[in-house]
Design a protein around this ligand. Structure first.
Ligand code: SIN
Length: 485
């Protein structure tokens, strides 16, 4: 049992239409701590039938919810925010247990997740339309922003709290109802959030959580059901493409926050210590398991030696282990398959000539752990350069010219985040404008915040989460043309 102040936050049932229920399935999900392999608890498993029922209830709840005032919705979101902040220790304990990230990082995620609720509680009141100057006499033209309807959200295991609030908060703020399907590996944070949403007074059916052993079946219902008007997904590009295809038949609006392959570029005029600090923050957050983690380090030849030496030294200080220990800053990966995948990429790079500067072999701590690893002499033909690593491995490649750095940075189908270190202001503008990414960190390794738009270009997806743009994905613009005036 987890040491919770409020044991009612640990849920083993689904949350549908404001009730805690067992799924229709005979099976249940075993949720395990990736640091120890120990089962935390079992969670009921939803079927297609449960999912269809939750959609039907969301459609019913929508009729009343969409008519509420923005202020009312904002007040309920603020209640929810407050309850999350008050229960941060328990929520972080649940998150650490099911996902593995160190406790301090888990707490940071709870606050990060809550910040989206606070932000969209404020934004709810600013869902303004426009008055358009008419081009004909006797007419008045205007627009309204209206909730899109029932929303489905499919969320990942790497941020089991924040990726839910980042979708649920704008949906509720806009007047939509929403069904969340969290990842099977990490449903407990989502269920705890649902418990707090209920306590906050969010009406029944407005926010439901379904999860099941057969994710495909649930995903199929969420994408096929015509009552669902929008799907928001965070996860791999591969699964995102399948979901987009599935949504095509009912022409749903989709937001896709998919995989990245972030370049981290260090120019010859960079402040190297600042770059190393940014590299550590960006690369090793959540043990390298974020879509915006630096994935490829492009370093000018003249500072290559200095950067790699300092980066190796700083990385050596990171303690790997069970994130419940306050000394630990790099926890386990989500499972053994993830470790094998990361190690396979390292081996592939070594076979093609890369050199290990740090780490590089499986950890003695257990099958779910991988040590922070730095590889030098990486080349663009290596899989580790071309694909998202999703683990604590930093491949370094040298470049000579700005043009070469730009080509290397852009030569991928992914376009989520990028990082540039330089003190030259002309280059900052020029280079940032030419990067094919949705997010550019300039002399900064930590770019995520509720106040700025998060999202990618190319095959990293579409739509933006957070910021003043974040509610657009959950609204329709209606144009009213008034004549005879
Ligand atoms: C993600 O990895 O999908 C999200 C990372 C973030 O919000 O910073």
């Amino acid at each position: 049992m987890l040491p919770l102040n409020d044991p009612l936050l640990l849920k083993g049932q689904l949350f549908i239409n404001g009730e805690w229920v067992d799924g229709d399935s005979e099976e249940s999900i075993s949720v395990q701590n990736p640091a120890t392999g120990i089962e935390i608890c079992r969670v009921a498993s939803a079927t297609k039938k449960d999912t269809a029922f939750s959609i039907k209830c969301a459609q019913q709840a929508l009729q009343t919810w969409r008519q509420t005032t923005a202020k009312h919705r904002a007040d309920l979101l603020k209640n929810w925010y407050q309850l999350i902040v008050e229960n941060i220790d328990d929520l972080a304990c649940i998150l650490n247990a099911e996902q593995g990230k160190p406790l301090a990082e888990a707490k940071a995620e709870i606050l990060y997740g809550a910040s989206y609720i606070e932000w969209f509680a404020e934004e709810a009141k600013r869902m303004y339309g426009d008055i358009i100057p008419s081009n004909k006499a006797g007419q008045r033209l205007l627009t309204l922003k209206q909730p899109i309807g029932v929303v489905a959200a499919i969320t990942p295991w790497n941020f089991p709290n924040a990726m839910i609030t980042r979708k649920v908060a704008p949906a509720l703020a806009a007047g939509c109802s929403i069904i969340v399907k969290p990842a099977e590996a990490t449903p407990l944070s989502a269920l705890a959030l649902a418990e707090l949403a209920q306590r906050a007074g969010i009406p029944k059916g407005v926010f439901s959580v379904v999860v099941g052993v057969d994710s495909k079946e649930i995903g199929r219902e969420l994408t096929d059901n015509p009552l669902v008007k929008k799907l928001s997904f965070t996860g791999s590009t591969k699964v995102g493409k399948i979901l987009i295809k599935q949504c095509a038949d009912t022409v749903k609006k989709v937001s896709m926050e998919l995989g990245g392959n972030a370049p981290f570029i260090v120019f010859e005029d960079a402040d190297i210590d600042q770059a190393v600090q940014g590299a550590i923050a960006s690369k090793f957050r959540n043990a390298g398991q974020t879509c915006v983690c630096a994935n490829r380090f492009l370093v000018h030849t003249s500072v290559y030696q200095e950067f790699t030496t300092k980066f190796v030294e700083a990385t050596r200080q990171l303690e790997v282990g069970n994130g419940i220990d306050p000394k630990v800053s790099v926890g386990p990966l989500i499972n053994a398959a993830a470790v094998q995948d990361v190690h396979g990429k390292v081996i592939g790079a070594l076979e093609k000539g890369a050199k290990v500067l740090l780490g590089g072999s499986p950890s003695k701590l257990g099958e779910n752990f991988y040590p922070p690893t730095i590889l030098a002499d990486v080349t663009p033909d290596m899989e580790i350069f071309q694909e998202e690593i999703f683990g604590p491995v930093a491949p370094i490649i040298a470049f000579d010219t700005e043009q070469q750095a730009l080509e290397l940075a852009n030569c991928t189908e992914a376009g989520l985040a990028s990082y540039v270190y330089t003190q030259n202001y002309s280059r900052i503008w020029r280079f940032s404008e030419n990067l094919e990414n949705g997010i550019v960190g300039i002399n900064e390794g930590v770019i995520s915040t509720e106040v700025a738009p998060f999202g990618g270009t190319k095959q990293s997806g579409n739509g933006r989460e957070g910021s003043k743009y974040g509610m657009d994905d959950y609204t329709e613009i209606k144009y009213l043309c008034m004549g005879g005036i």
